[in-house]
Write a protein that binds this ligand. Structure first.
Ligand SMILES: [Zn+2]
Length: 274
């Protein structure tokens, strides 16, 4: 992670980086709304560029608020890229979900922000078959949690192998999304050892991506819907800024991004102007 941050750990003391192929800066996740940011409205804002916390009248989560759904349907990054002429076969959501996720989602008619916006745009959701075939990435990056909790026959993958897969998915598509949630889960648990373990996993995953990325061709964007793990002294989310990392081709267009609102519109502009 330090390599992406120009040598700095991702803390509030890290200097802003503004280079042609690397931008690293803090962005606001509070969105001019009081209270602690939540995943439902934060993710909906990050992935649409429209202030969904303001639309809902509060921070709401973890699932999409009723007022976020029409916004996600019309203005998600997937919908925007489709409208700009990218076919659904050029857009990917790389995460693999276990069968029980789909069962619960259908039973409760409740999808997460990312699965909701992918489904509404006609983007395939992946399951255990795609994960087993190496065409998707599990939420934990390695398959350890999947093997421990869901299916011990799922082949293990290292972080480096998962990074290679994600890079291959990226190369096969114009835009590929991967969502990582354990930084939130373990932030709530306030468990230092677990947080150290997932930061090591993320470190190895990003190192693997950097080994494969061609910064003159590929663009890696990393951000978050809200703070949490950076302060293990509290159980809740935080109002801290979140990191925005842009590394590779066109990264510098993100140099003026100031909040979650700026990420998707800037990305879509970049992808429709070249
Ligand atoms: Zn949370």
């Amino acid at each position: 992670m330090a390599r992406l941050g120009g040598g700095s750990p991702w803390t509030e003391d890290a200097p802003v980086i503004d280079e042609a192929t690397r931008v690293f800066r803090p962005i606001d996740a509070n969105l001019d709304v009081e209270g602690l940011p939540q995943s439902g409205t934060g993710q909906a804002t990050l992935f649409t560029g429209i202030n969904c916390a303001e639309a809902a009248g509060r921070h709401y989560g973890p699932f999409p608020h009723s007022t976020s759904k029409p916004i996600l349907k019309q203005h998600s990054v997937f919908a925007r890229l489709k409208n700009a002429g990218y076919g659904v076969d050029r857009l990917a959501f790389a995460n693999a979900y276990p069968q029980r996720f789909f069962v619960h989602a259908w039973e409760r008619k409740r999808w997460t922000v990312t699965t909701y916006m992918a489904r509404k745009a006609g983007i395939d959701l992946h399951g255990s078959d795609e994960l087993r075939a190496g065409n998707a990435v599990s939420a934990g990056i390695t398959n350890d949690r999947w093997r421990d909790h869901l299916d011990p026959t799922m082949p293990p993958v290292t972080e480096a192998a998962a990074a290679r897969r994600f890079h291959e998915i990226g190369r096969a598509h114009a835009f590929s999304l991967f969502e990582y949630y354990l930084t939130d889960k373990i932030g709530h648990e306030q468990d230092f050892d677990k947080s150290e373990a997932i930061l090591i996993t993320l470190d190895r995953f990003f190192a693997g991506l950097l080994d494969h990325l061609d910064p003159s061709h590929d663009l890696l964007l990393v951000s978050s819907d809200h703070g949490n793990l950076e302060d293990l002294s509290i159980k809740t989310h935080t109002r801290n800024p979140v990191p925005l990392v842009a590394y590779g081709a066109g990264a510098n267009v993100f140099r003026n991004a100031n909040s979650l609102l700026d990420v998707t519109p800037t990305l879509v502009d970049l992808m429709t102007s070249r």
